[in-house]
Design a binder for this molecule. Structure first.
Ligand SMILES: NC(=O)c1ccc[n+]([C@@H]2O[C@H](COP(=O)([O-])OP(=O)(O)OC[C@H]3O[C@@H](n4cnc5c(N)ncnc54)[C@H](OP(=O)(O)O)[C@@H]3O)[C@@H](O)[C@H]2O)c1
Length: 224
């Protein structure tokens, strides 16, 4: 029997590469969902519920949340508190924290019950409070810190009903996508395809003791 993967946000730079990478492995079947192609806005709980209901009975071995924003056409990440805007901060939290939390609510129950499964969300190293030496990007950083907390809660809660499930927050590196292009100043660590391969290797190597953790694309733990 083939393993099943669901990539949520497979229209994005990393999400598309993850879909292609998993799909190139003959033992996997890949399902993808996106806002631009399927109308799956993570801030729309009805759409999430309908997409999950349409998959009732599927038992996923891997669910990957690959969505997120850093800025939009309307705002850039803050360099200082002078630039902080409540509405921009709300938008970032809606996309990076509340949306993924709702996705966990509706899709984590589709993880396989009787075998190993992995549920990951793309976080970011800048969401680490322990690693923050530069400041700035308050909304993005805080939205990812909060996402990490939510994923950790999911790890604890779903351990009761999905004993073999592993939840992990992953930092992909600085990857050449539309999200990072404006801000990376050429300091990319990987192409989307290379990053996707690394992230999938991390997923394959996660063990039960990693449940609820935060890791980079090499599998190294990142401080909270
Ligand atoms: N690229 C990097 O260097 C880097 C570094 C650290 C962390 N990350 C994280 O990696 C993740 C993916 O980033 P990326 O670089 O692949 O960015 P990207 O190419 O801009 O893709 C972003 C994806 O998020 C989706 N999305 C945004 N808001 C959404 C919403 N409300 N509902 C549903 N989908 C939504 C977009 O969907 P549509 O296009 O279909 O609208 C798109 O698929 C993000 O969480 C980001 O924070 C990236």
């Amino acid at each position: 029997m083939k393993k099943s993967a669901l990539i949520i946000g497979d229209s994005g730079g990393l999400g598309a590469a993850l879909g292609l990478s998993v799909g190139s492995r003959p033992e996997w079947h890949v399902d993808g969902l996106s806002r631009s192609r399927d109308g799956l806005d993570l801030c729309d709980e009805t759409a999430l519920a309908e997409a999950a209901d349409a998959r009732a009975g599927v038992e996923y071995d891997l669910i990957f949340i690959a969505t997120g924003i850093l800025g939009t056409a309307a705002f850039d990440p803050e360099k200082s508190f002078k630039q902080l805007s409540a509405s921009a901060m709300r938008d970032v939290f809606a996309a990076n924290t509340i949306g993924p939390a709702l996705a966990i609510k509706h899709f984590a129950p589709l993880l396989a019950r009787d075998r190993r499964s992995v549920f990951t969300a793309l976080s970011a190293r800048v969401g680490s409070i322990g690693d923050n030496r530069l400041g700035g990007w308050m909304s993005y950083r805080a939205s990812k810190s909060a996402l990490n907390q939510i994923m950790h809660c999911a790890a604890i809660e779903f351990a009761r009903s999905r004993k073999h499930a592993i939840f992990a927050c992953l930092h992909p590196g600085t990857v050449e996508t539309s999200l990072s292009q404006k801000y990376a100043r050429g300091r990319f660590t990987a192409s989307p395809m290379d990053a996707a391969q690394s992230l999938l290797t991390v997923c394959e190597n996660l063990s039960p003791c990693d449940n609820g953790g935060f890791f980079d694309y090499t599998g190294a733990p990142i401080p909270w």
